[in-house]
Design a protein around this ligand. Sequence first.
Ligand code: ADP
Length: 468
Amino acid sequence: MKVLFCSSEVVPFAKTGGLADVAGTLPPALAALDAEIKIVMPRYRSIDVKKFGLKKLNDDTWVGKLGKNIEVYFLEKNKYFDRDGLYQDKGVDYPDNLERFTYYCVRTLNLLKTIKFSPDIIHCHDWQSGLIPVFLKTLYKNDPFYKKVKTVFTIHNLGYQGLFPAEEFSLTGLEKEVFSVNGLEFYGKVNLLKGALLFSDRITTVSPTYAREIQTTEYGCGLEGVLRQRKTDITGILNGINYEEWNPGGNGALAKNYGPDSIEDKYVNKADLQKQCGLAVDAKTPLFGMITRLADQKGLDIFAAIIDDFARLPVQFVLLGTGEPRYHALFESVAKKYKNTSISLTFNAALAYKIYAGSDMFLMPSYYEPCGLGQLISLAFGTIPLVRRTGGLADTVVDYDPFTRKGNGFVFDRYESGALLETVKRSLCVYQDDKAWKKLAVTAMKSDFSWKKSAKQYLSLYKELMKK
Ligand code: ADP
């Protein structure tokens, strides 16, 4: 089976979020199941040709490798991609994003002829590649080269839709009729995600719960009607994580490696984290970690409402995150007020690793969460996630029951600061029982969210589609 992956970011080449992780780790898992995968993405300024050993295919295309055998094609166009950012500069979207990603979609389809790769499936991700399914059913529909291709479109976060002014529609090269209620028109604007949802053969998103939630007014971001219209074509498939990267057993970056059989050594990392963050070194004080984009989606408004009550509890708190200026201001003031908190308003992969290993609990009180990686990573480190029951969090974290001792984390339902605080207190009660807590940490470490199972689900979805 031949599959083309279209993603505007792919780990390790370029990343702004979870999309890059999926696009860089799912293809190797699919290739291990015998699918032939190729990937196409833009060649941004930050992608170092030498570092990644890229070779020139022609004047404006480079080719490199992901893993041993997955070819990645990089489309070069200085006018569009030779910039510091991927989509924006200093928090402001580039004004020519529609032109940039129309170019990416057209060039991707044309490249297939150049490299003589005739895929069975084109798997597109998020709005940046959303025009590909639209082009295949409109401008390219009579081209025999693409006749048999089926398209899958994955929503990684419905909150980002690729919205542009109506006047720019002509830049897509599509017929005027396509800018309609049954096409890309969305409240007077061009909506690339909507186009992808209407024109792709199948739609997936990154957890079963999120697949249901996005069909409701509360979580549908205005597209719930379109999604309900296509409900029989929508599947939720959980993201996996790469355990070679995320495990506490074999990485020199930790103060001490550990595993389910040596959980005591986790506390060496706790002490190391406390020291690095300027907190009192004390094994007994429960330490909450949080690593996140500072955005409303992540539950920061309900957290902000109880931050004083929280910080006055006998706990320590380590936050790593960047994002909205008002949350930077909030946490800067928290850091000044409370000695038991440590706030780092940067992006820092090495510190993130230490927080995952050294914390006792990991906070994710998200308003919505398509899948979430933080809770999966923290489970791998025996760090107990405390989450709201939404999206992928609902599908991966099971509330701990102190009587049956079943569960792998702490979960609350209502999106309210009171419910969050009550759950924090509930986790602190369990924390008092050292034996039960360590058992819980070991259970967490044994959870398996590797890509293998999800890759199989994608493969059977591709196969089903090819039969149609
Ligand atoms: P989203 O993709 O919505 O931001 P996820 O939980 O799916 O949220 O993935 C976020 C990933 O980015 C996690 O691996 C997390 O550890 C990492 N991350 C987020 N913020 C930072 C930061 N400031 N420094 C280092 N890593 C971060």
